[in-house]
Ligand binder design. Structure first.
Ligand code: GTP
Ligand code: MG
Length: 427
């Protein structure tokens, strides 16, 4: 099973605008009729349950959307680039080159826009004005975004078992499912997560057993921290306490485990939860009574029970309790995933500050570097080999105050001005 892959996605380039004039019989000088270039295609990741791992990215790393078509005469717009959909398994986390999370694809059909197609250039018909009847230039299309992504597939379990080492998590997994995890009377028996399928009346739920958590796990102590990510997306957490430790130890054990979960990710503390005191067979009558009182005193879990993984006591009740809370927990998870998806989409799609006047001029040795989303785009679209296009650009930047800003920054005629990938001489 391949659970990590790197891919390079490249959105389509925008088509160039067309520079064209109407040609008709008996019409000696037709007006401009160059159409716009079309935007390049976006690259979108789409989650599907048809894939179970990332192995089809083992040999294919490059994904490229189609470029937008060039504008043509007679006001014809170029053909659209079209969206390139790249299918990834449900449960894929998408990371940027800096390791930051770009999105989490957790539901069937969920989409994440990862590379935006370049804008198309406008055709010369757009630059016609009362003073410019015959514009002999058009805009160039912009490059599409291109970036490397890391895809990381996380285990998707419904129920996560958490507790101190040796509490009996693996024993419970073995008692509730057909899984055969290693069980032993020493801490850190489990060193890799184990999964098992629990039958809950109608449906099923996948249970994940991770290594025990100890104080400092969220900072890397013990083994548990490496696997906290695996329980991050469970719908329900099952806290397991060691009955053999006695009543005095339970509040502290629970506080330690919750402290580590909260330090790893605060939302984990809000997650629907069931608390069990395991090893009921080791408790005498008084101990059982104290366990009952302790569990009844916990207000936050959806259910709390005294069980014995070894003796089987309370396991039927535990399964019934899990069946009762699972549906609600799944709904809460789906709602949270939808909210996350909406937030992620909003971030990706939020347009950058597009005002032309928002730019900065910075002196860098002999160079003056101009930065600003809109102004960089303007330069990228300009065909600097075309006199008319340059004259038009001059007009715009004069109006936006770029020349004043450059002079204020100390630019003299002949100095080099850098805007995006273009270098020009200040005149
Ligand atoms: N008496 C009794 N012993 C149990 C019960 N459940 C588990 N144990 C014992 O407790 C010890 C630890 O059990 P595990 O299931 O390996 O515990 P764990 O929480 O998975 O431990 P780590 O993987 O190290 O974190 C083993 O010796 C089990 O046999 C129980 O219900 N009663
Ligand atoms: Mg274990």
């Amino acid at each position: 099973m391949l659970d990590r892959a790197s891919i390079c996605v490249r959105a389509g380039r925008g088509g160039n605008g067309s520079m064209s004039f109407r040609r008709e019989k008996y019409v000696p000088k037709g007006g401009p009729d160059g159409g716009d270039g079309a935007p390049g295609g976006d690259v979108v990741l789409v989650a599907t349950r048809q894939l179970h791992d990332l192995s089809h990215f083992r040999h294919k790393h490059h994904f490229r959307a189609i470029d937008g078509g060039q504008g043509r005469g007679a006001n014809k717009r170029g053909a659209d680039g079209g969206v390139l959909e790249v299918k990834v398994p449900v449960g894929t986390e998408v990371l940027g080159a800096d390791g930051g999370v770009l999105g989490d694809l957790v539901t069937e059909g969920q989409r994440l826009l990862v590379a935006r197609g370049g804008e198309g250039g406008r055709g010369n018909v757009c630059f016609k004005s009362s003073t410019r009847q015959a514009p002999k230039f058009a805009e160039k299309g912009l490059d599409g975004e291109e970036l490397w992504l890391t895809l990381s597939l996380k285990l998707l379990a419904d129920i996560g078992l958490v507790g101190l080492p040796n509490a009996g998590k693996s024993s419970l997994l073995a008692a509730l499912t057909r899984a055969h995890p290693k069980i032993a009377a020493y801490p850190f028996t489990t060193i890799e997560p184990n999964l098992g399928v629990l039958y809950l009346g109608e449906g099923t739920a996948v249970i994940a057993d991770i290594p025990g958590l100890i104080e400092g796990a969220s900072d890397g102590a013990g083994l548990g921290h490496r696997f906290l990510a695996h329980i991050e997306r469970t719908a329900l957490l099952m806290y397991v306490l060691d009955g053999g430790d006695g009543p005095a130890a339970w509040p502290g054990a629970l506080a330690t485990v919750r402290g580590e979960l909260g330090a790893f990710r605060a939302e984990l503390l809000e997650r629907p939860a069931v608390v069990v005191v395991n090893k009921a067979d080791l408790l005498d009558a008084t101990g059982s009574e104290e366990a009952g009182a302790f569990l009844a005193g916990l207000a936050w879990p959806a259910a709390s029970l005294l069980v014995s993984a070894q003796g089987g006591d309370g396991l039927d009740e535990l399964v019934a309790a899990l069946a009762g809370v699972m549906a609600g927990a799944r709904e809460a998870q789906a709602a949270a995933a939808a909210a996350d998806a909406a937030a992620a989409a909003a971030v990706v799609l939020r347009p950058a500050d597009g005002r032309l006047e928002s730019f900065t001029v910075e002196r860098d040795g002999e160079h003056f570097v101009v930065r600003g989303v809109q102004i960089e785009r303007l330069f990228a679209k300009a065909d600097l080999g075309n006199e008319d296009a340059v004259a038009y650009l001059q007009q715009l930047i004069e109006r936006a105050g770029l020349n004043d800003a450059l002079r204020a920054a100390g630019a003299m005629p002949g100095d080099t001005v850098v805007v995006g990938a273009q270098e020009l001489e200040f005149a």
